[in-house]
Design a protein around this ligand. Structure first.
Ligand code: ADP
Ligand code: MG
Length: 238
């Protein structure tokens, strides 16, 4: 059974077809990287999985259960965005605990979860600060902490590092990889950074114009691209 399965998902905005029959299956603990040019529908697919946008047709399953029509809060998914989306008036501690509070997790458990992820992400010293008092890298850690605190079945990352400078990006990439290895989490991660894709992925899906062109291991995608677009995109030798 797949941790996440997307079956024939289509999404239209008005008369524009943005997702055109997308199907994907991800095993539990797998790190799937989704790549493709700007505007090809990556964020739309992530939003559909998270339930932020209803699909036009098709089905989404988590752990074998159909969740296509559930609200975002009813899905066992946490999403980390490029823009962090932290609550500016709340402290780091409150930001991390907020999702748990919404789910009516008892206070002692919430506090334990905050301590656990703060320790994991090395932000224990920042818990009483507001987002405006943090650097970009620290904010991104808090956004990740908020997702980790919930311990969802599936993590969705939509270009989480693209607002960071090159040095921090490499550092955070290494940390995300370590977290994945340590926690065995199932992750769908959008990036347009080929190095990020090759270092993080168990599996890469290459998307173009609302369709998945190829799904395979980094080695397959790089050495055996299905067409010239995939080859060009991944920088494969010609
Ligand atoms: P990507 O994340 O791959 O850059 P998106 O999924 O954001 O691409 O966008 C795919 C296409 O869908 C784009 O042409 C975009 O303009 C369009 N689109 C995305 N969201 C909306 C929306 N809410 N309303 C109308 N069009 C949208
Ligand atoms: Mg996007």
């Amino acid at each position: 059974m797949s941790a996440l399965e997307i079956q024939h998902v289509c999404k239209d905005f008005g008369s524009t077809q943005v997702l055109k029959d997308v199907s994907l299956a991800i095993d539990s603990g797998e790190f799937l990287i989704l790549v493709g040019p700007s505007g090809c529908g990556k964020s739309t697919l992530m939003n559909a999985i998270a339930g932020l946008e209803p699909v036009t047709s098709g089905e989404i399953h988590i752990g074998g259960e159909e969740i296509t029509w559930r609200t975002p809060a009813e899905r066992d998914i946490a999403m980390v965005f490029q823009s962090y989306a932290l609550y500016p008036s709340m402290t780091v501690r409150q930001n991390i605990a907020f999702g748990l509070e919404m789910r009516k997790v008892p206070k002692a458990e919430r506090e334990a979860a905050v301590e656990r992820v703060a320790d994991l992400l090395q932000i224990s010293n920042l818990l009483e600060r507001k987002p405006s008092q943090l650097s970009g890298g620290q904010r991104q850690r808090v956004a990740m902490g908020r997702a980790l605190a919930r311990e969802p079945q599936i993590y969705l990352f939509d270009e989480p590092l693209s607002n960071l400078d090159a040095k921090l990006r490499v550092e955070m990439r290494t940390e995300i990889k370590k977290l994945h290895q340590r926690l065995g989490t199932t992750i769908v991660y959008v990036t347009h950074d080929q190095i990020e894709a090759m270092t993080l992925a168990d599996c890469i899906a290459v998307m173009r114009d609302g369709r998945i062109l190829q799904l395979g291991s980094p080695d397959e995608i790089y050495n055996d691209p299905v067409d010239i677009f995939v080859a060009g995109f991944m920088g494969s030798p010609s």
